[in-house]
Write a protein that binds this ligand. Structure first.
Ligand code: GUN
Length: 291
C-alpha cells in the first residue's frame, strides 16, 4: 500500500466527478453553479490560495468571480457587501478569504453570511449541522480530511485519535465529524495541554491543525501512526527562488519512517479544502435551484 496520502490525487478525482456533473447541467441548458470570492487587501499567501480556488472553479465549470477590496475597508462596508451577496438570487455561494485586517471583526463577518451560501462551512448553523441528522454545508477543511479518511479506507474502529488544535472551524469541527462515526476515541489538544507527547505517543491517528512547523517530531509518535497534517506555514528557504517554502506542523522527513500513512505538505489537506469548497458550491447550487 502506498504510504503517502495523496491529497492532490483525491482532489483531482473529486474535481473530475464535479466537472462531469456540471457538464450535465450545461447540457440541460440550466444555470451553472456560481461562487464569489471576497479578498480584502493583498496578503500574499491569501492571494496564492485565492488564485488556486479560482483555477479549480474554472477547471470544473463553476462560474467564479473575484471581488478584491482595499485593505482599509471598514467593517460596515464589508458587511454591506455581504448583505448584497446574501440577497443575490443568481449567486449560489461565496467566501470571505481570511485573515482579515485588524479593523474587521472576523466573527461579525462570519455571523453575517447566509448559511445557505456559506460554502466554507464557517457559520454556526453549518458547524452545528455536523451533529445533526441533516448535514448542511460542512466546514471545508474537515470535510476534506474526512474524505481522505474515507477514500483511503483508513480503519478507525477502536482506534485513538489525537487532534492538535481546537479552533471552531477546523480542529473542533474535525473532532465532531470523527465523533459522529462512533468508533474512534478522540482527544482534542490545545496550547494549554500538558504533556502533549504522552497523548500523541499513544495515538493511532494524529491530525494536526495548529500552524506551527515541527510541532510534531518523531519522538512524539508511535510506530505505524497515521498522520494527517492540516498545518500550512511559510518558512524561509534560501534554496528556493521565492525565498520560502510551505511546510506543515509535522517534521515530515523524520516522522515519515515511523508512519504507516502520512499526508505531505503541500499536496495533502490543502487541495482537499479546495475540493470540498467546490463540493459545497455544487450542493448550495442544488439547494438554491430547489428553492
Ligand atoms: N484562509 C485560510 N484558509 C481559509 C479557508 O479555508 N477559507 C477562508 N475563507 N479563508 C481561509
Amino acid at each position: 500500500m502506498n504510504k503517502i496520502i495523496d491529497g492532490l490525487k483525491i482532489s483531482s478525482d473529486i474535481k473530475k466527478e464535479i466537472k462531469d456533473e456540471i457538464s450535465l447541467i450545461k447540457q440541460r441548458g440550466d444555470r451553472v453553479p456560481s461562487l464569489s470570492i471576497v479578498l480584502v487587501g493583498n496578503h500574499s499567501a491569501s492571494s496564492i490560495y485565492v488564485n488556486a480556488k479560482i483555477r479549480a472553479c474554472e477547471e470544473v465549470g463553476i462560474n467564479v468571480e473575484l471581488i478584491s477590496l482595499n485593505d482599509n475597508i471598514l467593517e460596515l462596508e464589508l458587511l454591506d457587501l455581504i448583505r448584497k451577496l446574501n440577497n443575490k438570487k443568481s449567486l449560489d455561494g461565496f467566501i470571505v478569504q481570511l485573515p482579515l485586517p485588524d479593523q474587521i471583526n472576523v466573527q461579525n463577518v462570519i455571523d453575517s453570511i447566509n448559511p445557505d451560501k456559506d460554502v466554507d462551512g464557517f457559520t454556526n448553523d453549518n458547524i452545528g449541522s455536523i451533529t445533526s441528522d441533516i448535514k448542511k454545508l460542512l466546514p471545508a477543511t474537515g470535510l476534506g480530511v474526512m474524505t481522505l479518511i474515507e477514500r483511503y479506507k483508513i480503519d478507525l474502529e477502536s482506534k485513538s485519535c489525537a487532534i492538535l488544535g481546537s479552533s471552531r472551524n477546523v480542529g473542533a469541527a474535525i473532532a465532531q465529524m470523527l465523533m459522529q462515526r462512533e468508533e474512534v476515541t478522540v482527544t482534542v489538544c490545545n496550547s494549554k495541554t500538558k504533556n502533549l507527547k504522552n497523548i500523541t505517543k499513544k495515538a493511532d491517528l494524529i491530525i494536526s491543525a495548529v500552524g506551527k512547523p515541527n510541532l510534531v517530531t518523531s519522538e512524539m509518535v508511535k510506530d505505524g501512526v497515521v498522520i494527517i497534517d492540516v498545518g500550512i506555514s511559510r518558512v524561509r528557504d534560501k534554496s528556493k527562488k521565492s525565498g520560502f517554502k510551505i511546510v506543515g506542523d509535522v517534521d515530515y522527513d523524520n516522522v515519515f519512517a515511523k508512519a504507516s500513512m502520512i499526508t505531505p505538505v503541500p499536496g495533502g489537506v490543502g487541495p482537499m479544502t479546495i475540493a470540498s469548497l467546490i463540493q459545497n458550491t455544487l450542493k448550495a447550487h442544488k439547494n438554491n435551484e430547489e428553492g
